[in-house]
Ligand binder design. Structure first.
Ligand code: ATR
Length: 276
């Protein structure tokens, strides 16, 4: 029997998830089929239900449906509940749909396993306060950083997030202008949706500790933020390709009960990127 999965989003044509999951299937010797499904906000819920009705075992959910996906679930895993955002749906044999959020643990896995970056005791700066940030705060705070600062253009959104997660650790919020007074950070994560051809978030060089890791959640090798880092002497940088792979491995674990050995896949990065 083939287990069937899909990624639902809009747009979704450039999703790398099918290539990644097919490689996981090969490595773990599971027979899976993984497709892309485009939806729109009006049809999203019906699209999910249809996938369940035709025997689909799970879905990944990508932009802009992660919040809407939380509402379609019968049960939410604790992380998805806290994030109020779901990137993985698991259709159970009894017809119930359980929602997970693997984005944050995927990012953590990339940082810890692949980049050898320690979060405990670190000063962390997160740029942006959208859905992507909501998904990573709980797993990060669980690792006990000394401080986590959320900086956003719209400061009220950052403050709301810091308030919502304040019981879980030392988290605060501010705007970009305040960053020159906040000292140096060990890890700076760009979680804004500022895209290509756009500017980099306005972070001062003084915010980067000498060996700081600058991490962009976008998986492309060149982004405005990473280019800005390179031009400003920030040597230790990473794009978000590893996060994409590791969050996928966590979703595969939910569905198939085995976590693929992701290190087998990194040598095939260009094959994955060229799959679209
Ligand atoms: P996602 O689900 O990817 O997090 P989102 O919820 O739309 O997407 O959030 C996008 C984030 O990028 C927000 O923090 C947004 O800042 P605002 O809350 O002020 O809108 C940030 N962002 C997008 N474009 C930006 C820009 N030009 N300058 C600064 N921040 C920007």
């Amino acid at each position: 029997m083939i287990n069937r999965y899909t990624v639902i989003g809009r747009p979704v044509a450039h999703s790398l998830s099918p290539a990644i999951h097919h490689m996981f299937g090969e490595h773990t010797q599971r027979r899976i089929e993984y497709t892309r499904t485009e939806a729109d906000p009006d049809t999203f819920i019906d699209t999910v239900k249809h996938w369940r009705e035709v025997g689909g075992k799970g879905c990944n959910i990508t932009s802009p449906f992660k919040e809407q996906a939380a509402a379609v679930c019968d049960r939410l895993h604790r992380r998805a509940e806290l994030a109020q955002a779901v990137n993985t749906l698991h259709m159970h044999p009894d017809g119930s749909i359980v929602g997970y959020n693997t984005d944050g643990i995927g990012l953590l896995a990339d940082l810890k396993r692949n980049k050898h970056c320690s979060i405990e005791g670190a000063r962390i700066l997160v740029l942006g306060a959208g859905g992507a940030v909501r998904g990573i705060l709980e797993p990060f705070l669980e690792q006990r950083p000394s401080e986590l600062v959320i900086t956003n253009r719209t400061v009220d959104k950052a403050k709301k997030l810091a308030d919502d997660f304040s019981l879980l650790g030392n988290v605060s919020a501010g705007n970009y202008d305040e960053l020159s007074d906040k000292g140096a950070f060990d890890l700076i994560i760009n979680a804004t949706s500022m895209g290509f051809g756009g500017d980099s978030p306005p972070v001062p060089v003084s915010a980067f500790a000498p060996s700081a890791l600058a991490y962009d959640m976008m998986y492309q090798s060149e982004t405005p933020f990473l280019n800005w880092c390179h031009n400003n002497g920030i040597a230790n940088t990473s794009n978000g390709f590893g996060m994409l792979v590791e969050q996928a491995a966590e979703a595969f674990l939910v569905w198939e009960g085995v976590r693929p050995k992701t290190r087998m896949l990194y040598p095939r990065t260009s094959e994955i990127i060229n799959s679209v």
